[in-house]
Design a protein around this ligand. Sequence first.
Ligand code: C2O
Ligand code: CU
Ligand code: CU
Length: 439
Amino acid sequence: RSTDGQLNVRLEASPVSVPLGGLQASILGYNGGVPGPTLRVRGGDTLQIELVNNLGVPTNLHVHGLHVSPQGNGDNVFVMVPPGQSFSYEHRLPADHPSGTYWYHPHHHGMVADQVSAGLFGAIIVEEEDAPAVSRERILVVSDITLDGSGALAEATPMDRMLGREGRLVLVNGHSNPELSARPGERERWRIVNTCVARYLRLRLDGQQWELLGIDLARFPTPQTVDEVLLAPGNRADVLVTATAGVSALRTSYYNRGSMAGMMGRAARGPDGTGDLVLATFSVSGTPATAPPASPPMPARPAPEDLRNAVVAARRQLTLATGTGMGMGMGMMSFTINGRTFDPDRTDTVVAAGTVEEWTLLNPSPMDHPFHLHVWPMQVVEEAGTAPDSATWRDVVNIPANGQVKVRISFTGFTGRSVYHCHILDHEDQGMMGVIDVR
Ligand code: C2O
Ligand code: CU
Ligand code: CU
């Protein structure tokens, strides 16, 4: 990032060969590695990305969660970059863009799950004006992948596509169980990105003190002391860790995200049958360090406007449903929002620019669906029947099986066409996506 507020990057999407799980794996990556480079920007910056497609199939690039214009080349669902070609994206962040951890990934409809699970993803950090003082910051990009015996990507099965594929290898920054080391007393900031196609992360870091600063974007008014953090596919956690001597495992435990009625149960359990997996090992030893003085807790500046007392211009319901119709073949299912599958030429939701809406997101299906809206952040106003006691924003909101969540959205800043969809990318690829037009 240069001082004039411009970040120019070239991202080359290509086949890569990396050692993984005892094999030489043939996967995909940006600029020769997995994950792709971390992009750091600030409100007011322009992010210029030259995407080069060396994949042999179409792709494109989406900046997940960024509050940037969907016009022109901005909304990446509608842009296709053919094999062998490149494409230049320009994203101008408004000066008051919410700080937080975001990410980028391909969004070419029908191929998203395949390309993301193969290794195409990277983190984007929007820095805040008042970052908490820490000894070190780590970005932990979590992904999962399944390889066949020769190190090639395993083909997803019809069952994988229905339930959402969960890879057998779970990686942090492209490695299985990396060791992170620190000295006692050090304070670290961890930004954890769940890039998995369908795997939920239920994270614990036993033996350490960790506090949740926020999820996705912005921060809570005060850090929250937590035992466990749940990240649906696409979510990110911003965590403060105060290192205590000893060896701790960052683990994810089994999360029951439901299944399809009449189908075999989930296979989302670890090799020990409990569903517990170690993502990384945190080793704290050596001479105690003096951590930088703690900054007074306060919400990050800038943060989006709290919508709990806003005037609501329209209320809508969006129903995320799965179906097995009569006449649909074995292994055939429908994934719909308000009864329809994605059609890029149809507009499903028209919103008046500048207004605040309240959306009730309903999930009558027997499995969870993480709902994602591009461009405009969602403020959760009712979850599990209760209102959160502080302002809580997300760009991916999990809608539990047979459950509902209410969100409010301020459609400010931009006009144009964009999308909302289930972030189980297999469901998205099968059409659980709708088009929104803000005008
Ligand atoms: Cu992370 Cu429309 O996606
Ligand atoms: Cu997105
Ligand atoms: Cu889904």
